[in-house]
Design a protein around this ligand. Structure first.
Ligand SMILES: [Zn+2]
Length: 259
């Protein structure tokens, strides 16, 4: 049996490991049109995705459980984030130049970072066709693996402690975007997209995660977020026209969108 891709020590005995967390799967495929995601191929080919991508025998049971602990923690945070307008004591909205930034008092920046990295890394190491054009350079994949392996924990208590003390030596930066509202007009696309050899985007219907592996290539409008980032998570919120524009980025590269 192959070794687990995260710890590299135990046997990868787990079946059905989710590449994108299960709790996000429902929204990816629910209601409205289309009912499926689209795998976007830079060569202009597209393929339907009808279920949240899963893969067998890539992780051991312990590492699967470590991802599950983070996802459970983050699923509750994300629910609160989407409900920010009703939980005013937990959030503050900042306008920085043209950007609307949601500061989350109850979500540590490290939680967003760990979540972002865990998704990007899993998409990158996945052998599933949905992620065949989404590959970090091997060296960077290994940096993320080491980061995740040191910071993912088997217990909720340990996770909350770890989140207070994470040292990030990856030299990467990641950003978490959402639409300012969450409704039928804010449904984005579902795809993993490599913008360039140093920038990656995971488009997950309600959120977009951007990862930069070279800080010098981060665009100015994203730098503004990094420069104001302290301990609380900052989430960039786009209005509906800008959200649609962000989501159209990967679609521009295909001539043939399925309908
Ligand atoms: Zn493992």
């Amino acid at each position: 049996m192959q070794k687990c891709k995260l710890c590299l020590t135990k046997n990868a005995d787990k079946k059905n490991s989710h590449i994108i967390p299960k709790f996000m799967g429902k929204r990816l495929f629910e209601s409205t049109n289309p009912r499926y995601g689209v795998k976007i191929d830079v060569n202009g080919k597209s393929k339907k995705i009808q279920d949240s991508p899963k893969e067998d025998y890539i992780f051991c049971s312990d590492c699967e459980e470590r991802f599950a602990k983070l996802e459970h923690y983050f699923s509750l945070k994300l629910k609160s984030i989407h409900n920010y307008s009703n939980e005013k004591d937990k959030f503050k909205i900042h306008t920085i130049q043209k950007n609307t930034i949601l500061e989350c008092f109850k979500v540590p920046f490290n939680a967003i970072k760990l979540f972002n990295y865990s998704l990007v890394w899993r998409a990158s190491i996945s052998n599933r066709h949905e992620f065949s054009n989404f590959k970090l350079p091997k060296l960077n994949e290994e940096i993320l693996r080491t980061f995740l392996n040191s910071n993912l924990t088997l217990s909720h208590k340990k996770l909350t402690e770890t989140l207070k003390n994470i040292q990030d030596e990856t030299n990467f930066d990641s950003y978490f975007f959402k639409c300012i509202v969450k409704n039928e007009y804010s449904r984005g696309i579902f795809t993993a997209y490599e913008f360039s050899k140093h920038s990656f985007g995971l488009f997950l219907v309600d959120i977009i995660i951007f990862l930069y592996i070279d800080k010098s290539k981060i665009p100015n409008e994203f730098q503004i977020i990094s420069n104001t980032q302290k301990n609380n998570a900052l989430i960039a919120m786009a209005d509906i026209p800008n959200w649609k524009k962000l989501n159209s980025g990967p679609l521009k590269s295909i001539s043939n969108v399925i309908n």
